[in-house]
Every structure is written in structure tokens, then in C-alpha cells.
Write a new protein. Structure first.
Length: 225
């Protein structure tokens, strides 16, 4: 049985046992929406879920960190943030891609009169703290950790934490993330699918996972089933 610990704004399990892949939730699993837009199930990036299934097949440790105000998930408070996290967790579980962890960035206060640059710096610091929290929880070092960032703040936070960073959709054109707002099946020829293939290869290369290692892991996984 998986070792499962759940807190007000975090979920930790021990499912995977190889490396540590930390995703910034917004802009990866959840496509970007307008700040005033409501979250819908159609906003889930189905192509991206294929990466998560692949990592679960490789017995990798992976999960998500997110600013609790991101994607309007926590714009109305912690309870809404927790509700969205539980919903996404259940959906990924059904898809065979349950994460090891979900972690919210530390509170980032917005005092009146504070300059935007200082707010960005504080968000960056909070992101680095969240990354350190995950590494400490699993006892994983910087060389075994890779961060998948979808925002400048997230990527800078990971660099502050001293871990490898891979930017997701770094060179895409504006509007590629949205596909009409409704549910859709993965499109293997879509720009997102191409980016997913690139990201999967970069994760394996960054963590030193060879094709041979992937095959061995798959054989071990099959023998356990």
C-alpha cells in the first residue's frame, strides 16, 4: 500500500522510486486560461497526461506544485484550491497517471503599496521553497531532480533551488494551448503532441534514463502485474 500523507494544501505519496520530476501545474496539466475564466474539465491537457502515464510506467517519482491563486483555482480561498486538487488527483488516477505529490506554493501576501517586482520576487522565493519541500520529503538530491516550468517565475524558482529546468512550450505561438474549450481526444499530430514528445525525451536525457533502462523498467513492471 502506498505511504500517503495529506495536508491542508499538500498530498504526498510514495508510488514511484526513480528520480524526481516536478511539474508546474498551470500551463502543463491545465492549459492557460484568461484570469477571469472558470476552470473546465476541457482545460486538461490530454496530450500531457500521456507523459504522466509514461513516467508512471517508468516508476518515476513525479507530481505538481502550483501557486494556489493560479488558474483561478484558489482565487476564492483554500477550500476551492483543495477541491480542484482532489478532482485532478481523481481524474489522473482513473487515467493511470496518479502523481506522487501535489504541493501549493507558500502564501504570497499582497500588502497594499508593494511594488509588482517585489511581489514577483516573493513568488519566486515561495516557489523555490516548495521545490525544496518536495526534495526533502523524498530525500532526493538536486542532480536527480528536474523541474518542468511553464512560467518565468517557476523556472527562476527552480534555478534558485539549483535543479535542472526544462521549459514547457517555450517556443510555441500564442493560442496553441487552447483547442476550443471542450473535451478532446489526444491528437498525435498536434503541436502539443510534438511538444510532449520533446519534453519526454528531455526529461529522460536530463535524468540520464536510457532507452535500455526504460525497457528494463517496463519488463519489471510487467512481471509485477
Amino acid at each position: 500500500m502506498n505511504n500517503h500523507a495529506k495536508y491542508a494544501d499538500s498530498i504526498f505519496r510514495r508510488i514511484g522510486s526513480t528520480g524526481l520530476v516536478i511539474f508546474e501545474r498551470d500551463g502543463t496539466l491545465l492549459r492557460r486560461t484568461s484570469p477571469s475564466g472558470d476552470y473546465m474539465l476541457g482545460d486538461i491537457n490530454e496530450e500531457f497526461v500521456e507523459i504522466l502515464r509514461h513516467l508512471r510506467h517508468l516508476n518515476a517519482r513525479f507530481g505538481f506544485i502550483s501557486d494556489e491563486r493560479g488558474m483561478d483555482a484558489g482565487a476564492y480561498g483554500r477550500s476551492e484550491f483543495a477541491t480542484l486538487t482532489e478532482l485532478l488527483d481523481a481524474l489522473l488516477s482513473i487515467r493511470g497517471a496518479m502523481p506522487d505529490f501535489w504541493v501549493a506554493w507558500s502564501d504570497v501576501p499582497h500588502p497594499s503599496g508593494t511594488r509588482l517586482q517585489r511581489q514577483a520576487d516573493r513568488q519566486q522565493e515561495a516557489g523555490a521553497e516548495a521545490i525544496f519541500q518536495v526534495m526533502k520529503r523524498y530525500g532526493i538530491g538536486k542532480k536527480e531532480t528536474v523541474f518542468i516550468g511553464s512560467s518565468t517565475t517557476g523556472s527562476l524558482a527552480a534555478k534558485d533551488a539549483g535543479v535542472s529546468v526544462i521549459d514547457y512550450f517555450k517556443n510555441r505561438s500564442e493560442g496553441t494551448a487552447q483547442s476550443g474549450g471542450g473535451k478532446h481526444a489526444p491528437n498525435l499530430s498536434s503541436p502539443e503532441a510534438t511538444e510532449v514528445q520533446r519534453l519526454r525525451a528531455e526529461i529522460q536525457a536530463t535524468l540520464g534514463w536510457s532507452i535500455a533502462g526504460e525497457l528494463n523498467c517496463g519488463q519489471q513492471h510487467g512481471s509485477q502485474g
